[in-house]
Write a protein that binds this ligand. Structure first.
Ligand code: HAS
Ligand code: CU
Length: 550
């Protein structure tokens, strides 16, 4: 296939991708420091200096890590992956990506300044009734529009490739990047309309009130797909890159594509599973979206299956015998494999927690408790993030023309174990104390020395211990990043892309028939949202004038 023809990311494309990486890792540094402050405050043993508020710090943390780090890393990685597998971008496409990058960076700076000025302490979900300064919302708009431009470049390169290769399936990584970009376009329509039609005019005083339930519904229409926008690049690495690193092959190209298409279809019409306790949406529509949520678990189970199959195939090739002998044969000393692997292991309890959250009755127990925080620190902050680190360890040197030295490889392994250890303590404590009722998104309080609140304190101290270990992990990864970006020896680090196993079937072209999939997608969204949204619009009260509670 074309993998052999193009073996590296074009030099000019590498600059685009690397620019994204700088912002991503800067966001990691800032956001990580805020996380450390938060666990300290919640332990009850520490108070923030000056006039800095807990919720302000929490907003910086969520925005920097949940929105900025992820979006920049993903767009940079996908851009590099398309250049590597479909070939260099045209000058026009590259310009679109550069404009997108600068627009995102400008928007990030605007939002960050407003949060630092304490004008936008609205947390990373930023829906009404909390009201931020309009510059914050405008900044977020720039981030979204900028990401569209980088995404358009990828889609345009894909279309160009397909025109030149009629009847052939596109390179797998390019296809996956395009699926994720398309999902992102469709999902961000929700948040863009929330910001442009509601939050922005409301914060400018052009309209007096907004309907809180509509802002929340539009946000979660976007917000759930957002979490899969984070996950899919990790899956790209698992399906198409990790096999090459371990010397194996992709278990099945068709299965990988099918799972990505299922993500595109089912990631969006499920936002109500974040609103299961919300009055104003009838139980039937919540039930329907819970069913669709259970549908979107299937492609993750398919992924788990493929990973096991791929590992076993490779382990047996290396002479592994018996039921589990293959397991020992995998290249455990290679950080590019081991770090994402730890992420995979974390996804087993993380996914199980997600299924608990999605189960309507059990959601009543965990919703708005710090259990949910525990859940997403396993999913996005372990599974996804460790995979991103694993990607960075070959991608950054590939882009900068350097190599990952054995010392850095060892440090990367130490980093991943530090992370896994710290997260087990922190996320474990969050899950447990969440079941005891401890709220999420709340500063330290003894609630008038209530007995229940006293019960929470030891867990909150455990969170601080785990969080401190995690912060050490952040320092380690920043050291590795700096090394790979500026100091590592010059060389040529490979951008690994795996081939498909021989016995795998030919890829059916129907998986690239976008007319079919987009029709199904739009139909699913309309079915899941039209009537409940009409109900909200018709039955809503006057709306909120907005609050500034900080
Ligand atoms: Fe979630 C809340 C349901 C996955 C992120 N989630 C959140 C929030 C975030 C988040 C950020 O239904 C909080 C938002 C907020 O601020 O309020 N989530 C799910 C479900 C899944 C799920 C059903 N979530 C994710 C992923 C995330 C993420 C992925 C980020 C990347 N989540 C919910 C619900 C809520 C929620 C409710 C709202 C809660 C509330 O009340 O507010 C599923 O997609 C999970 C499916 C996953 C699996 C696991 C498959 C396992 C694999 C690993 C294989 C391992 C190998 C290694 C091969 C079924 C693929 C083996 C090696 C060995 C040695 C064994
Ligand atoms: Cu969700």
């Amino acid at each position: 296939m074309n993998n052999q023809l193009i073996s590296r990311v074009n030099k000019q494309d590498a600059r685009v991708a690397m620019a994204h990486m700088y912002v991503a890792f800067l966001a990691l540094a800032i956001g990580g420091l805020m996380g450390l402050l938060q666990v300290f405050v919640r332990s009850g043993k520490y108070e923030l200096p000056g006039n800095i508020g807990y919720y302000q710090v929490l907003t910086v943390h969520g925005v920097m890590l949940g929105l900025v780090l992820t979006t920049f890393f993903i767009m940079g990685f996908q851009y590099a992956a398309v250049s590597r597998t479909a070939g260099a971008f045209s000058a026009k496409q590259r310009t679109s990506a550069w404009i997108g990058f600068w627009l995102m960076t400008l928007g990030t700076a605007m939002a960050a300044v407003m949060i630092l000025l304490n004008e936008a302490t609205v947390l990373y979900t930023f829906y009404a009734p909390l009201q931020a300064h309009w510059i914050f919302y405008l900044g977020l708009t720039f981030v979204v529009v900028g990401s569209w431009l980088v995404g358009f470049a990828q889609v345009s390169r894909y279309v160009q490739w397909r025109k030149a290769h009629k009847g052939e399936p596109s390179p797998l990584l390019t296809f996956m990047a395009v699926v994720n970009s398309v999902m992102w376009f469709v999902a961000t329509i929700g948040v863009a309309s929330e910001v442009l039609l509601q939050l922005l005019p409301w914060s400018l005083g052009l309209i007096e009130r907004v309907d809180v339930l509509i802002t929340r519904t539009l946000f979660w229409y976007f917000g759930h797909a957002l979490v899969y926008f984070w996950l899919l690049p990790a899956y790209m690495a698992w399906y198409a890159i990790v096999p090459k690193i371990i010397g194996g092959r992709i278990f099945s190209d068709s299965l990988a594509r099918l799972s990505f298409m299922l993500f595109l279809l089912f990631s969006i019409p499920v936002g109500f599973h974040h609103q299961l306790t919300e009055p104003g949406i009838s139980a039937f529509w919540k039930f329907l979206q819970v069913i669709l949520t259970f549908m979107v678990i299937i492609p993750s189970l398919m992924t788990a299956f493929s990973m096991f199959a791929m590992f076993e195939m490779r382990g047996r090739e290396l002479g592994g015998k018996g039921l589990f002998g293959w397991f020992r044969k995998l290249p455990w000393g290679d950080a590019r494999f081991l770090v994402p692997f730890i992420g995979m292991v974390a996804f087993i309890p993380a996914g199980a927690g997600g299924i608990i959250n999605a189960s309507h009755q059990m959601n009543q127990v965990v919703h708005n408790t710090i259990w949910v925080t525990g859940h997403f620190h396993l999913t996005v902050a372990t599974t996804v993030l460790l995979t991103f680190f694993g990607i960075a360890y070959w991608l950054i040197p590939h882009l900068t023309g350097r190599v990952l030295t054995p010392q850095m490889n060892t440090l990367a392994i130490v980093q991943a174990f530090t992370w896994a250890f710290g997260m087990t303590i922190m996320s474990g404590a969050m899950h447990w104390v969440g079941l005891l009722g401890a709220p999420r998104r709340s500063s330290f309080s003894t609630y008038g020395d209530a007995a229940q609140a006293m019960e929470w304190i030891p867990y909150q101290i455990a969170q601080a211990v785990g969080g401190t270990i995690l912060f050490l992990g952040i320092i380690l990864v920043l050291i590795i990043f700096a090394n790979l970006a500026w100091f590592a020896p010059k060389g040529d680090e490979e951008f690994p892309v795996a081939e498909v196993a021989e016995q795998a079937e030919k890829t059916p072209m129907v998986l690239e028939n976008w007319k079919i999939w987009m029709t199904v997608l739009v139909a699913l969204i309309l079915i899941a949202y039209t009537i409940p949204v009409m109900d909200i619009v018709n039955g809503g009260p006057l709306g909120s004038k907005g609050f500034k509670l900080w």
